[in-house]
Design a protein around this ligand. Structure first.
Ligand code: NOJ
Length: 572
């Protein structure tokens, strides 16, 4: 039987920025509940909520101090139950974020662990002695800049933190830690939660002898392959599956930085009983200068040819085993129209074009809040950003190391900074975009006046309307779920064209990923004798000799017995 999540489109909510129901400047659970009808009208099957647990909010909730409590700024346990039930009443499932590579340093486990080398919690985290010179145990770097180790005088030891120093990494080698995690998963699933998005799950198993990386010029601390896919990862995941996941009708989506499709096959092969799908980073980091000392802040233009090659590779390799999680945006990734497209003249066409590329593929598509109305990046002063990643990187690369100028760094933040996706959701053209009646925790993007939900709902040609149709197609057309995939026009620098085929049906997905007209000459020979447009973001698709800027469509081959009522020029 097909698993429910194979036909599903999943909508990600960043609760802090979604809708503020009580006027404190933060989005909250009641705010989400009040928008369930909106989400239902979009047609999505499940919601993934970024963390809403009790947290000091150093990394917006990815630093959890109590897994069984709701942060009071988001609401109460009753509010959460109402949200889960309200979603279920509308046939929408609820997925939570499972952040168990690390906790907050304010979690009770860590408070106890740091007290001594010999208490029941001492081994809940990864502690190591200083080097003889007192320095950190090895040269590993943190993803948020600096060393991955923090000294703690009480134990005269360092603890490992792959992210902020206030996010100590849990010690998965300790069976007690694993059993605590499985318990908290059951706690939520027994309340109706339908699955998990697992934060940096690829990092939970560590190379516990912690060898140094070979030195690299210009880098004091290094992030490399030993940060990921430790030796016991698959074993831990299988155990989690057996202990928890197998007991529920749920979905398990792993966040898997540095993954390859081969790794994805291992993680998502149903026979291995680990995860259902993973988020890869390969396609979404194509605009990064590889191995730069300035990490993600050193940018280069994204090449459509490379994007096609990477996305297609994942389609091919996971075709018969495993499953793809399809995404361009999330709370860590900037708005795709601004980052790789056109967010002015062709904003709507461009949003629809990227959506067509993604939703035409095999896998489970994810829509990140605001993506469905074509929200765009914000160009703020550096001091207006709140993200710990931006702040720490500024200190590490601009201020301390001086390896990137403030001007270049600011431009990179405008392009890829995480806060671009975290600006409050734009509901209408009223003050603060209708997000809050008080001061929003992060500035509202000034373009809300034109780009907002109310505007989109009033416009039959809106990005929202296009998403509605794409999502409905996924529910109606098994070819999108089951069909084979073949990339066409592989070498074309801007046209993204592929074919899906299933049980005699054939569909072409045709997208011009550029803001210029492109000759349709190469596309013509690929067209079927008789075809009809399934969806298109311009009127009269393929009727002219040119593909218009960001023109996108899906066309289906018409069977002989189908009436000649399509858009095909052959029918005219
Ligand atoms: C990945 C999350 O998506 C990101 O927002 C967070 O900062 C890190 N993991 C650490 O939890």
């Amino acid at each position: 039987m097909t698993k429910w999540w194979k036909n599903a489109v999943i909508y990600q909510i960043y609760p802090k920025s979604f809708f503020d129901s009580d006027g404190n400047g933060w989005g909250d659970l009641d705010g989400i509940t009040s928008k369930l009808d909106y989400l239902h009208s979009l047609g999505v099957d499940a919601l993934w909520l970024s963390p809403i647990y009790e947290s000091p909010q150093v990394d917006n909730g990815y630093d959890i101090s109590d897994y069984r409590r709701i942060d009071s700024r988001f609401g109460t346990m009753d509010d959460m139950q109402r949200l889960i039930d309200g979603a279920h009443e509308r046939g929408i499932r609820a997925i939570m974020d499972l952040v168990v590579n690390h906790t907050s340093d304010e979690h009770d486990w860590f408070r106890r662990s740091r007290q001594s080398r010999d208490n029941p919690y001492s081994d809940y985290y990864l502690w190591r002695d200083p080097r003889p010179d007192g320095g950190p145990p090895n040269n590993w770097g943190s993803h948020f800049g600096g060393s991955a180790w923090e000294y703690c005088a009480d134990r005269d030891q360092y603890y490992l933190h792959y992210y902020a120093s206030k996010q100590p990494d849990l010690n998965w080698e300790n069976p007690q830690v694993r059993s605590e995690i499985y318990d908290l998963m059951r706690f939520w699933m027994d309340r109706g939660v339908d699955g998990w998005r697992m934060d940096v799950i690829a990092q939970i198993s560590k190379y516990i002898d912690f060898p140094d990386y070979p030195p690299q010029e210009g880098k004091e601390f290094i992030i490399g392959p030993m940060h990921y896919y430790g030796p016991r990862l698959h074993e831990f995941l299988r155990e989690m599956h057996q202990e928890v996941l197998s007991k529920y009708d749920c979905v398990a989506i792993g966040e898997a930085p540095a993954s390859t499709p081969e790794i994805a096959r291992l993680l998502t092969d149903p026979e291995r009983a680990e995860l259902d799908m993973i988020f890869t980073f390969e396609h979404i980091e194509l605009d990064r200068v590889p191995n730069s000392v300035n990490r993600k802040w050193d940018l280069r233009p994204m090449e459509v040819r490379e994007l096609k090659q990477v996305l297609s590779k994942w389609q091919y390799i996971l075709a018969d085993r495993g499953w793809n999680a399809l995404y361009f945006e999330n709370h860590d990734r900037a708005r795709i129209v601004s980052r790789w497209g056109n967010d002015t003249l062709y904003r709507k066409q461009c949003a629809n074009a990227f959506a067509t590329v993604l939703h035409g593929m095999q896998g489970t598509p994810f829509v990140y809040q605001g993506e469905e109305i074509g929200m765009v990046n914000a160009h703020y002063e550096l001091s207006d950003y709140q993200d710990i990643d931006i702040k720490n990187a500024y200190r590490a690369y601009v201020h301390d190391a001086g390896t990137i100028s403030e001007e270049r760094f600011t431009k990179a933040v405008w392009q890829v900074g995480r806060d671009n996706a975290r600006t409050p959701m734009q509901w209408d053209a009223s003050k603060n975009a209708g997000f809050t009646s008080s001061w929003p925790w992060l500035k509202v993007n000034p373009r809300y006046v034109d780009i907002n939900v109310a505007e989109a709902l009033a416009d039959r040609d809106s990005v929202f309307a296009y998403y509605q149709r794409l999502i409905a197609l996924r529910h109606q057309e098994p070819i999108l779920i089951e069909g084979s995939y073949e990339l066409l026009l592989e070498d074309d620098p801007v046209l993204f064209v592929y074919e899906r085929a299933w049980q005699g049906q054939r569909w072409l997905v045709i997208v011009n990923l550029s803001d210029r007209e492109q000759s349709a000459e190469q596309v013509r020979p690929l067209l079927y004798d008789r075809w009809r447009a399934v969806i298109a973001n311009y009127p009269e698709p393929l009727a002219q000799s040119q593909l218009r800027p960001y023109e996108a469509c899906i066309v289906a081959r018409m069977d002989d017995d189908e009436g000649a009522h399509g858009d095909s020029p052959a029918n005219r």
